[in-house]
Write a protein that binds this ligand. Structure first.
Ligand SMILES: *Cc1c(COP(=O)(O)O)cnc(C)c1O
Length: 389
């Protein structure tokens, strides 16, 4: 019985061009991969600053493992909270201009924790329609129903907040940088609106940390203080090239998460060497601003040349540069053709994005150079021309 049910569900996925293939890769050079014995330029990962293969991070991780152990041996509250974890929390609080930060093993778990704790007791949760899946799953864990407002539509959010019950807490939740679109939330306006309606505000800045802000402090960082954005989530496996995540905020928030969040309490702390690698990544973030400058120059170049070639770009000022194609089969076809030509790009289809909005998700990195970008742009233009003829 269960086998038939599973087989039917999988068959539907396949029939709708939604089957996901898990390929296997190994690194080749600074921004390259080998997959299926083909050499590929990586335009699909989230290694925005090119740190994931920096040998200094690898050395810090190895040294951290030698000194502190390969594994943390226990959860933070038992005896797994080690010196590098603590040092990293202090550095992340300083980076984001918050009193404190709490380390998690993944961003998925950090979001489950935040929503489980802040979304409980009948709290009304308001989420941008394009928020990351982990934020929606967290609300489900809290037993809260998420009301979803139209993407980046503050008037729609205001309408929902105005109609909300007055006698229960309210929580507004948004990505800082939207992971499949690359656009940046209007954090200042969200903060004003949340304050006016006595709602707490959560910003998940997974793709902003390390990339945006004057010092890589993200889309929130020092520009919006703890009063404006009381709950800030960041991840460490994207621009910072390592793994893990954090929640930053004041004492009350961090104490509440530490005491109450099941995804914090019931899991082993991340390996201490990983925290050492992230500490090294933060040193490099501060010492080598040229990485962020080079990335910004690549983004500007991609957008101006992509627009000149007539590609269907989305309004994204970040390294996430989608090319919206609409149809899932068409998106897969383009991604396959690019793969044959040595370029790996994401083929993003429902349910990750809404129906009819399938796209190539192309991500830029400081490890790329301009010539490779031009090469990819030309190939995209050629695919468009081929379709038109
Ligand atoms: C990647 C991502 C996460 C999850 O972070 P992991 O560390 O990969 O689990 C959470 N939120 C957003 C917006 C993300 O893009």
């Amino acid at each position: 019985m269960w086998r038939d049910t599973l087989a039917r569900r999988l068959e539907t996925r396949r029939a709708e061009s939604l089957w996901r293939n898990r390929a296997m890769y190994r690194p080749a050079g600074d921004a390259g991969l080998v997959g299926n014995s083909r050499r590929l330029h990586d335009f699909a990962g989230n290694d925005y600053l090119g740190l994931a293969r920096d040998s200094r991070l690898a050395e810090a991780q190895a040294e951290g493992a030698r000194r502190h152990g390969t594994g943390a041996r226990a959860s933070h509250l038992v005896c797994g909270h080690l010196l590098p974890h603590h040092a990293l929390e202090e550095r992340l609080a300083a980076l984001t201009g918050r009193p404190r930060a709490l380390l998690f093993s993944t961003g998925y778990m950090a979001n489950l924790a935040v929503l489980q704790v802040l979304g409980s007791d009948g709290t009304q949760v308001f989420q941008d329609r394009l928020n990351h899946a982990s934020l929606l799953d967290g609300a489900a864990l809290a037993g809260a129903r998420s009301r979803r407002f139209h993407h980046a539509d503050l008037a729609d959010l205001e309408r929902l907040l105005a109609r909300a019950r007055a006698d229960v807490p309210r929580l507004v939740v948004s990505d800082g940088v939207f992971s499949m679109d690359g656009d940046v939330a209007d954090v200042a306006a969200l903060a004003t609106l949340a304050q006016r309606h006595a709602a707490a505000l959560v910003i998940d800045d997974a793709h902003g940390i390390g990339v945006l802000g004057d010092h890589g402090d993200g889309s929130v960082g020092w520009r919006h203080d703890t009063r404006q954005v009381p709950v800030l989530v960041g991840t460490l496996g994207k621009a910072l090239g390592s793994a893990g995540a954090f929640v930053a905020g004041d004492d009350l928030l961090i104490d509440a998460l530490t005491q109450l969040a099941r995804p914090y309490i019931y899991t082993t702390a991340q390996p201490p060497g990983v925290a050492c690698a992230t500490l090294r990544a933060l040193d490099i973030l501060a010492a080598e601003p040229e990485r962020r400058r080079h990335l910004q120059a690549l983004i500007d170049h991609w957008r101006s040349r992509g627009a000149a070639l007539g590609l269907p770009l989305l309004p994204s000022p970040t390294p996430i540069q989608p090319v919206r194609l609409g149809d899932s089969a068409r998106t897969l076809h383009w991604a396959r053709r690019l793969h044959e030509q040595g370029f790996l790009v994401g083929a993003i289809r429902p349910p990750t994005v809404p129906r009819g909005q399938a796209r190539l998700r192309i991500t830029l990195s400081a490890a790329h150079d301009r010539d490779t970008l031009d090469d990819l742009l030309d190939r995209l233009a050629a695919l468009a021309a081929e379709e038109a003829s």
